[in-house]
Design a binder for this molecule. Sequence first.
Ligand code: ATP
Length: 314
Amino acid sequence: MTEPAIHVRGLRKRYGDVEAVAGIDLDVARGEVFALLGPNGAGKTTTVEVLEGYRERSAGEVRVLGHDPARGERAYRERIGIVLQSTGVEPYLTVEETVAMFGGYYPRPRPVAEVLEVVGLVEQRRTRVRRLSGGQQRRLDVAVGLAGDPELLFLDEPTTGFDPGARRQAWELVRRLRALGKTVLLTTHYMDEAQQLADHVAIIARGRLVVVGTPEALIAANPETAITFVLPAGVMPPFELGAAHDGGGAWRIASVEPARALHALTAWALAQGLPLDALDVCRPSLEDVYLQLTGAGCDEGASAASLGVEDAHG
Ligand code: ATP
């Protein structure tokens, strides 16, 4: 099937005077992990709620798995799974009872044992919900979203509040979902999460799509590598190295030819007998791109174009 899982054109949503979503186009292919990023109030939740069928749109065309979510068809709801930031599950039920109960609402639930295997809660299957750790409860939330064996899963900030170990486990879980052929639409505030997991990333700011592309393409469009180092007090690097203060007591060279810049820097430092303390070479991350595109004074379309990446309408 070549029809995308999600197809959105010109989506708008107004709350009174606030235009929360101001004309968004999106295409999410079947079987991919797609991340929606953006600052607080950008319109991510509103967009996702329209796709889920929980919020009416003001204008635009929306097809999800071939359905118009606004019609609220049962056949549509049976094909999607939703993992909200906190799910109201009964604290006195066990893990397996909870998953079985939610699966019971669907015509073709995934077997409970399989769901628990996917989310890594097999050992806790007889544990009561109220005894689970925070990370385990979040995995149970995902299990509830998977109980009906949906084709498409909406994951709202799946790792907010997790410790680093639990985040890695959650990432593994999302990868497992992709391996099962599920389409996953996730919202996140963590750039490394999007970089690790997403096939495509869309950055939204002020209700508009700023840019969409693979994490690699967005990063490649920002080709400067940062070289940072610390010099003894009072020592200035020569002008031709193009170093500038980074604001935190270190020097910073931004270069599209890091090997050449590093060579020039180390040759100079060795000739002068100077240490290059805290020398660091850092490739740009998705976070750098994100900050550049959503930063203060950033004009959406123009910034995307200036980075040379596929912009929202490209
Ligand atoms: P966050 O990252 O903080 O969750 P978000 O990108 O999900 O933000 P939305 O929750 O979609 O953003 O909000 C977009 C805009 O719409 C904000 O200005 C918000 O205040 C406004 N808004 C959201 N829900 C409502 C509502 N029910 N009534 C009125 N305004 C709303």
